[in-house]
Design a binder for this molecule. Structure first.
Ligand code: SF4
Ligand code: SF4
Ligand code: FES
Length: 279
């Protein structure tokens, strides 16, 4: 049995297992908290700071995704200081990268905090990531104009899931970017096209080619999509697949992050091998 720790969370006492993060405690209490670089199936890298909260006695705001609870900790998640800081993170990110294809959750949080990236100045003058989209195969595209360097794709490609290490950060400061080794094209890299990096990208920088093409054509419409969960039939492992279907066509495939077999991660066959279903 785990030892429980008692904390005060938004004025109410809460008992959570020792070793939990503040974010874990918030989730147990039903307190919604925005995240960008955190995912339940990845090790926290603690780089975006959108999840910050106030902790009594701490001079600076602390990232809830990676700070563990301590006995007697007093945490406030919705103060003016927290709201301002979270809004600023969204505004600074969205003033330098395109966020219009971010996940619905990210866009909803930006709206919730009233983020106005235009406050940071003329966007055309301060954009730091402008670059052409990389379309190098028929499976997925990399549009690093939309990349916020959250490192989730690197984690998913590396220690946390795929162990392929096809991508990593390169460069420093404003030149920092996600790259294959020696910036070779994806088909020439170590990439095995599992698509696990797409599955965790919060901004749409990594996207199924199907989705990318439909968005460019103006036909992508999530309100017309259904999601059917099934079991992959390619082998006997038993991975759950979520088939996203629009107009009777599969448009992308994901897997639930809380599924005990996949933890949200798939292989190339489960992720991209659906064409036979349309035959
Ligand atoms: S598709 Fe898989 S192997 Fe290729 S870069 Fe993404 S996570 Fe790595
Ligand atoms: S490509 Fe996506 S997942 Fe990778 S660092 Fe950029 S925003 Fe994060
Ligand atoms: S979600 Fe906590 S630092 Fe990014």
């Amino acid at each position: 049995m785990s030892t429980m720790v008692e904390i005060t969370l938004d004025g109410e006492s809460a008992r959570v297992p020792e070793g939990s993060t503040i974010l874990d405690a918030c989730r147990r209490k039903g307190i919604d908290t925005p995240t960008l670089c955190w995912a339940e199936n990845l090790t926290p890298v603690n780089v975006c700071r959108v999840c910050v909260v106030e902790v009594e006695g701490s001079r600076v705001l602390v990232p809830s995704c990676s700070r563990n609870v301590e006995e007697g900790m007093v945490v406030a998640t919705d103060t003016e200081r927290v709201r301002t800081s979270r809004r600023m993170v969204y505004e600074l990110l969205a003033s330098s990268v395109e966020m219009d294809r971010a996940t619905p959750e990210v866009l909803a949080w930006m709206d919730h905090y009233g983020a106005r990236p235009d406050r940071m100045g003329d966007r055309s003058e301060i954009v730091t990531q402008a670059q052409p989209v990389k379309v190098q195969d028929d499976l997925y595209v990399r549009d690093y104009e939309r990349c916020i360097l959250c490192y989730k794709c690197v984690e998913a490609c590396g220690d946390d899931a795929q162990h392929t290490y096809a991508i990593a950060t390169a460069g420093r400061g404003f030149d920092a970017h996600i790259s294959t080794e020696h910036d070779v094209s994806l088909p020439d890299s170590a990439c095995v096209y599992c698509g696990n990096c797409i599955g965790v990208c919060p901004t749409g920088a990594l996207m199924f080619k199907t989705e990318h093409d439909m968005r460019d054509a103006g036909t992508w419409d999530e309100s017309k999509q259904s999601v059917t969960t099934t079991v992959c039939s390619f082998c006997g492992v038993g991975c759950n697949l979520e088939l996203h279907v629009q107009d009777e066509r599969i448009v992308k495939v994901t897997s639930p992050a809380d599924h005990s077999v996949t933890n949200g991660h798939l292989c190339i066959k489960g992720r991209f091998g659906w064409q036979h279903a349309h035959a």
